[in-house]
Ligand binder design. Structure first.
Ligand code: GDP
Ligand code: IMO
Ligand code: MG
Length: 427
């Protein structure tokens, strides 16, 4: 059985949670591999409606081992909150595994994220203020503390002592705020360690054994390709790679072991936070999409910026990820619109270009070149067969497919598992 990576192809919130929940039925392992609780994955299934931030979306199947991979940064307080909330709804979380190599989001990361955003003033990145950037910064600077270290209380004390001294220098001398108490943080970490101990494991052998058994492994991405720190709209990006390549680094699964890479695309575009978005609609159509689709951030509640489907960005994302297939969500959101647009190129300073420039100031100046398509103006949320979709909707999907550069596996016309129309088989 194969390894399938499922990743966001735009600016996040494409519907990865729904897709992973749906496809986990056949899986034995589901690994979240990047980001932290900046992610918000909505799953609606017979057990209820859930907003998952750290727990993999495969948690709902008793036959699935959900793994929080080494590439995730974990805020233990948030994870415990999430486990408790799931248990309250009768969801068994005892199979959950957290890689001992995953890094911890510490209280100072959250404070520094907020202070850094404040100091950027009008140029704030619009982060989720979950401490994600500072936690990944510490990981790369070799100042991070890993989940596995919570289980060695003596060693933890020593590591924390060194790190907190530096953090307190930053807090007091640069930002002029109160220092943090080493004792308080240490005590809290020991409590987290006691609570999370049953979940913390070495995951490389677990994945090796799963591969030996021919288990189906899903790599669940967070965020989206255009938030990648290398290829996204830097600096308006996140701090870990949401790409399929990030799936290898964040799980320990090798690139040659990945059999399928599925890109999740919304039928239009949304973005939360700052940064360029050439197809953004600051008009009544953008507002209509936001209201109909309830486009508000799953994690922060901020209104999502809405715009037309961006074919240039879609193609870029497909190239970076190597998509073998795509999933289109939220076709139903476009049901009422008489006319639809797809961006096919950009105009930059009078020149037509078909790529995303590296410079955000150039990208900001890019004006979308649109192709117009007829809308279908009829509801699609009850449709289950591709042939039953209105011809205009089929044409729209086919046009999206041209830019995605891979066959569409499913089109979604609602948030539930059943609201899914199969097109091409994944295998
Ligand atoms: P994720 O971060 O990629 O998992 O996506 P989010 O959960 O943040 O946002 C996607 C939203 O779209 C959620 O509210 C889903 O329930 C919803 N959703 C997913 N697929 C569809 C669809 O085909 N139609 C509609 N109307 N909603 C969908
Ligand atoms: P899911 O997994 C949408 C955005 C933030 C901000 C930028 C940097 O639900 O698709 P960060 O807190 O990561 O330092 O913020 O990245 N962002 C997301 N946008 N969906 C997400 O996750 C996101 N995770 C981070 O809004 O613009
Ligand atoms: Mg989300």
């Amino acid at each position: 059985m194969p390894v399938v990576a499922i990743v966001g192809a735009q600016w996040g919130d494409e519907g990865k949670g729904k897709v992973v929940d749906m496809l986990s039925e056949k899986a034995q392992v589901v690994v979240r591999f990047s980001g932290g609780d900046n992610a918000g994955h909505t799953v609606i299934n017979p057990s209820g409606e859930f907003k998952l931030h750290l727990v993999p979306s495969g948690i709902f199947y008793p036959g699935v081992i959900p793994v929080i991979g080494n590439g995730v940064v974990v805020n233990p307080a948030k994870l415990i909150e999430e486990i408790d909330a799931l248990n309250k709804c009768g969801i068994d979380t005892s199979r959950l595994v957290i890689s001992d190599r995953a890094h911890i989001v510490m209280p100072y990361h959250i404070i520094i994220d907020e202070l850094e955003e404040k100091s950027r003033a009008g140029k704030a990145l619009g982060t989720t203020k979950r401490g994600i950037g500072p936690a990944f910064t510490d990981k790369i600077a070799r100042q991070g503390i890993r989940i596995g270290e919570l289980l060695d209380k003596e060693g933890l004390k020593e590591r924390l002592g060194m790190v907190i001294e530096t953090k307190n220098d930053i807090l007091t001398k640069i930002y002029g705020v109160e220092p943090l108490s080493l004792q308080d943080i240490y005590k809290q970490c020991c409590e987290y360690g006691d609570r999370l101990a049953p979940y913390i494991k070495e995951t490389i052998t677990l994945l090796r054994d799963a591969q030996k058994r021919n288990d189906m492994i899903i790599l669940e991405g967070a965020q989206g390709a255009l938030l990648d720190p290398d290829f996204g709209t830097y600096p308006y990006a996140t701090s870990s790679s949401p790409l399929s390549g990030g799936g290898c680094l964040g799980s320990g699964i090798s690139p040659t072991s990945i059999d399928r890479v599925l890109g999740v695309y919304k039928a239009y575009c949304t973005r939360v936070g700052s940064g360029p978005m050439p197809t953004e609609l600051n008009d009544e159509i953008g507002e209509a999409i936001r209201v109909k689709a309830h486009e508000f951030g799953t994690t922060t509640g901020r209104p999502r910026r809405c715009g037309w489907f961006d074919g240039v960005a879609a193609r870029f994302s497909s190239q970076l990820n190597g998509f073998t297939g795509g999933i289109i969500t939220r076709i139903d959101v476009l049901d009422e619109l008489p006319q639809l647009k797809i961006c096919t190129a950009y105009e930059l300073d009078g020149k037509i270009i078909d790529y995303i420039p590296a410079s955000v100031s150039e990208y900001d100046r890019c004006k979308p070149v649109y192709e117009e398509l007829d809308g279908w103006q009829t509801s699609t949320d009850h449709i289950r067969k591709y042939q039953d979709l209105p011809i205009q909707a089929r044409k729209y999907i086919k046009r999206m497919e041209d830019f995605m550069g891979c066959p569409v596996n499913f089109a979604c016309i609602g948030p539930t598992r059943e609201q899914t129309i199969p097109l091409n088989p994944i295998f």
